[in-house]
Design a protein around this ligand. Sequence first.
Ligand code: GLA
Length: 745
Amino acid sequence: MSILFSERTKTFHLFNQEISYVMTVLPNGHMGQLYFGKKIHHKEDFSYLQEKVQRAMAACVFDDDATFSLEHIKQEYGVYGTTDFRHPAVSILQKNGSTLSDFLYESHRITEGKPKLPGLPATYTEEPKEAETLIIKLRDPLTGIVLELFYTIFAKGGILARSVRFQNEGTEAVQLKRAMSLCMDLPDSEYDWLQFSGAWARERHLKVRRLEQGIQAVDSIRGNSSHEQNPFIVLKRPTADETQGEVIGFSLVYSGNFLAQAQVDTQDTTRVLLGIHPFGFGWKLDPGASFQTPEAVMVYSSRGLGDMSRTFHRLYRSRLARGYWRDRERPILNNNWEATYFDFTEDRLVEIAKKAKECGVELFVLDDGWFGDRRNDHAGLGDWIVNRELLPGGISGLAEKIEALGMRFGLWFEPEMVNPDSDLYRAHPDWILKTPGRHASLGRHQHVLDFSRREVVDAVYVMMKKILSEAKVSYVKWDMNRSITECYSEALPADRQGEVFHRYILGVYDLYERLTSEFPEVLFESCASGGGRFDPGLLYYAPQGWASDDSDAVERLKIQYGTSFCYPVSSIGSHVSVTPNHQVYRDTPLHTRANVAYFGTFGYELDLNKLAGEEIIQVKEQIRFMKTYRKLIQFGDFYRLSSPFEKNITAWMVVSEDRRQAVVGWYRTLNGANVPLGRLRLSGLDENLSYCVCEEGLESGACYYGDELMNAGLVTTENGAMDGTLSEKHSCDFDSRIYVLKAED
Ligand code: GLA
């Protein structure tokens, strides 16, 4: 890895074994983009890559040079209005009403490692040698605004992390109206655009379309990164697939309003913008003040989508997630939500926990309903004080009982919310986000607390800290069950209302930071009505997130498959729930529910007492299996094999780092009659090793070389498909299998 600068040509070349990123100071002093892609040889001069064509209709920067128009020139942080007509990376409203700026290169510095982003989550290094950071300083002479562009290249993987910092060194306040984290101008538009979209209970479904002249975008202006879209997009060459071809992933380490956009211009240049959504955004920058954008991470791979995903997984698992649980196998949990909803007593909880313990569960989680007057979702949010009628011994009493069973205890909170029917709201009705003179809309009967205010965050912190200090709580599920409406903070003046959405998220991060530092061994799991805030920002604080409120195994195939494009298995909260399923009323076999949930953090979302004896034997077996293989599953290399968005068969696998072990998940949505011979081509194995392949639950299997399994494939159709000997287990809808592969010595 290296960052080289040529004084003569004013060219920067950042490279490692995988990628090169080249940019230069343009003749007008702006930063120009020259190349991003597979690693190329270093040279001092790449200026031939800059467009120098005289075009009809072009407006030009210099009176005597008809070739220099910013309209199609690739830039690092494009501005609008001075010959570039594309959507810009930055827009700054000045006192005289102008929004033009002219950021000129001033200097740069190169540091080892990676500086922290104040108040914001970001990838990091543990050793300085893991990465190098280039910081380019530009200045707009008229306003005195200084812009610093941060680029971190990691030693390993095709990763470039970027962010931007503004500093007002002028004498007048300005309003940042648009401050994207990343602007990436690519020289052509031969790409498919991949986005991960959906809705509540249907998150992160993969959608693919061809880039076209004009704008394509995904975004959220709901205050949370959202169920509807994820702050992650991929551009892939149309011929690229899981195992080959050029792809670039763009991911925003942020949990609030975002915009991810690609604009293709008339000359087929593609401008990707990623950052805080400019809609409604404004940040007043007083003289002397600074503003830091969230981080954006780009991953380039010439080896297809699978390689890109594994690069994100490694980075986010080990250099974004932090703390005690980062590298630890995640406890198998039993959550009482779908088992009881609000209808529980302490005895009932202990009964559920006892059965869970008997089956091998390690952590019992008490979900919503334990505090204040919370007997349904109309009351109590905000009052983080235990309801003693329900839990006479308090949280500490219940936690002790669970611990005495030999399990850990976990607890649900929804820190950012308040019901109007709560003591907190009665005491502080002004602590919610609401616009003066306007109706304050409820969502799930609750308001959103104004986390842009320090005293509000402090008050919630004090309540949560008390509970977590007094009782032995080992896990916290942090929920967030509505989007933000009537966004306005009473604590801020009119010219700072554009800051509220971002300040809110900074408040969330601040509370997370305080609690995770105060209770470093507590495992935090993020949640927002399932996957409404499943984003890299929260992974920095909570190494796992409840992926969706939809716990149906078949629905989960798409959700988990889509999620895997950016997020590691260790981050994906996934549980076995009852049938008929509570979201889609589907009956799926117990083995399939577990076979899907294995590829995540794993747990149960049901009362195991209600299962038949046969099923309990199966559950014990499942837990035993997960304990044996969870290290491999949660921390191995993940390969997608067959897509639920395209096929009746979904398949994926994880391979250990030394490639001696692998676990394959195979799922068939609908059964068929007289089906063709199924062969599943595996990935990531060592071609020269011979692997013994065992179906889960069977003692022995046949052995095949890695090259056979990867090229000829693993045969998945039973011999007895039509001879009547096929077991019912393997002749049903929603069937699935787990194969375990072990290399022979
Ligand atoms: C949200 C979560 C669920 C559960 C409920 C409790 O919907 O996603 O898992 O915690 O809240 O109210």
